[in-house]
Ligand binder design. Structure first.
Ligand SMILES: [Zn+2]
Length: 140
């Protein structure tokens, strides 16, 4: 049975549930093509998808890939802002403080952040290393 030797084989495939390339067990073949695979991480069976890393040649890596890596792009944005405002003094965050666009502040839980947006009348959007937060402040 040459065909059954490929079913139950381990392959790298894209998991539609985990949203990444992971080891899968081949569940069903059609000819020499894998049609169904089971993810070893979430144990879900789904239609076989070629691993993203291998396939998808140099397409436009613009918005789609950015959205997939929200957390790392926040960090990249944070690093960019911290670098461009490296000479700005760091203000301690208090709810009564006054903040302007581009101000650097230090929050007891979130660490250092940069004011990226003023939201009228009394909120600021702050980019921290791991997250973007809306904070209340003293207002104009
Ligand atoms: Zn999975």
């Amino acid at each position: 049975m040459p065909r059954s030797s490929t079913v139950a084989k381990e392959v790298l495939a894209y998991c539609t549930s985990c949203k990444m390339d992971l080891s899968h067990i081949v569940v069903a073949m059609k000819g020499d093509k894998i049609v169904k695979a089971q993810c070893k991480t979430c144990n879900k069976e789904h239609a076989y998808k070629a691993p993203k890393g291998a396939k998808e040649p140099a397409k436009k890596k613009s918005k789609a890939s950015k959205a997939e890596q929200t957390s790392s792009s926040i960090e990249a944005e944070w690093e960019k802002l911290m670098t461009s405002h490296k000479d700005a003094p760091v203000k301690g965050y208090t709810m009564k403080g006054k903040f302007l666009l581009g101000d650097k502040l230090k929050h007891p839980s979130f660490g250092e952040g940069i004011v990226s947006r003023l939201i009228y009348p009394n909120k600021i959007e702050v980019v921290f290393r791991e997250d973007v937060k809306i904070m209340i402040y003293g207002g104009q």
